[in-house]
Design a protein around this ligand. Structure first.
Ligand SMILES: [Zn+2]
Length: 103
């Protein structure tokens, strides 16, 4: 089973270094390069769908917590321990990247 790899950064997905990283990873699996603040996320708590950038982000904790702007459910939690990163979606139905309607 091939890996699915998402590559993103916080200052634009058209950076030359990001393209080089995506090319270097292609031998490991299917690589998606996407801008995450415009990705859409669906809340399991209230059913709303918003862009990731519109949700409340708490970044001063040991990890990052993204909470629903409507009902405060924890949508996404990221923690890092040494070289490992764990991402889970406690109250999300789905996360969608890419431009809507371009299929
Ligand atoms: Zn909600």
């Amino acid at each position: 089973m091939a890996s699915v790899i998402l590559v993103t950064n916080d200052d634009g997905i058209h950076a030359q270094g990001l393209s080089a990283l995506a090319q270097a990873l292609e031998s490991l699996g299917e690589v998606f390069v996407d801008e995450m603040t415009s990705a859409r996320i669906a809340c399991e708590g209230c059913g709303s769908v918003e862009s990731v950038g519109a949700e409340h982000a708490y970044v001063q904790a040991p990890g990052i917590v993204l909470r629903c702007t409507h009902c405060d459910s924890a949508l996404l939690v990221m923690t890092r321990t040494g070289s490992r990163m764990r991402i889970w979606f406690p109250r999300s139905r789905w996360l969608e990247t890419g431009e809507p309607g371009n299929d």
